[in-house]
Design a protein around this ligand. Structure first.
Ligand code: SAM
Length: 240
């Protein structure tokens, strides 16, 4: 089945650009500064699937020199408008050949692999691996399978009971309640076991895996975030 990237859409891009770091998204970003200061030396970074630039601006504020890439011109147009000094590039069909091998100290990917078709995952992770400097680090934040079967401060899935029967590689649906566009986002469920198989094939090694939980004292109306981790953060290195 052909998978359509739902972010190639002007209205969704406009809505997505209003998201910041509140609610469930807070947990995706909260631990990244500490993870990066522990694992990353150097400042040259690639933001794979930068969208409207939230993750790229986040890295720039941490002091990285960042190039943001995406396959959606609709998302990139907003990223450039919000951050005219930033470096945002369209990479049709995820062609990353404009970058020299061993260029980046850090490659991040926030939520992008939720939308990458199963058959493309190994190829893209292999390409990203080849763009890493030998001591470089990939930080990939993805949705946990649990996100699609529970309720959250930023998301609802109650209208999609079929998500519960989804297996790795199946399409699942989720609605973002933090913005105005209530059309479901279509993602591809991908389990931890499946990610680890992809990393092996792409000659990457997961050196740390985080499943961030809320503590309960944050200024957000948590639903399941103190008990069930909505996100998985993989810290990856070149295996060879
Ligand atoms: C959920 S958005 C996340 C945007 C940003 N990382 C953030 O944290 O706000 C996912 C982005 O990944 C992009 N994307 C999906 N598949 C991609 C691919 N194969 N190559 C590059 N970008 C892709 C989408 O167009 C979308 O802009």
């Amino acid at each position: 089945m052909d998978f359509i990237n739902c972010y190639e859409d002007v209205s969704r891009a406009d809505a997505y650009a209003t998201l910041e770091f509140a609610n469930t998204y807070y947990l995706a970003y909260r631990d990244l500064p500490a993870i990066m200061s522990e694992h990353v030396t150097g400042t040259k970074a690639l933001d794979f699937g930068c969208g409207t630039g939230r993750s790229t601006r986040f890295l720039r504020k941490l002091g990285f020199k960042v190039t943001g890439v995406d396959i959606s011109e609709d998302m990139l147009r907003i990223a450039r408008a919000l951050d005219p000094a930033g470096d945002y590039r369209l990479v049709p069909r995820d062609d990353l050949s404009e970058f020299a091998p061993e260029t980046f100290d850090l490659i991040v990917s926030l939520f992008t692999f939720d939308n990458v078709p199963s058959a493309a995952k190994v190829r893209i992770f292999s390409d990203l691996r080849n763009l890493l400097r030998p001591a470089g680090t990939i930080v990939s934040v993805v949705s946990s399978p649990d996100i699609y079967t529970h309720e959250w401060a930023s998301f609802t899935t109650k209208d999609f009971p079929e998500n519960a029967a989804a297996r790795s590689g199946d399409v699942v649906r989720i609605v973002v309640t933090d913005h105005q566009d209530r059309r479901p986002v279509e993602d591809i469920l991908w389990t931890d076991e499946s990610y680890r198989a992809v990393y092996r094939e792409a000659s990457l090694e997961a050196i740390q895996v985080f499943k961030p939980l809320a503590q309960g004292d944050e200024p957000y109306a948590w639903v399941n975030e103190t008990k069930i981790p909505p996100w998985v953060i993989y810290v990856l290195r070149r295996a060879i």
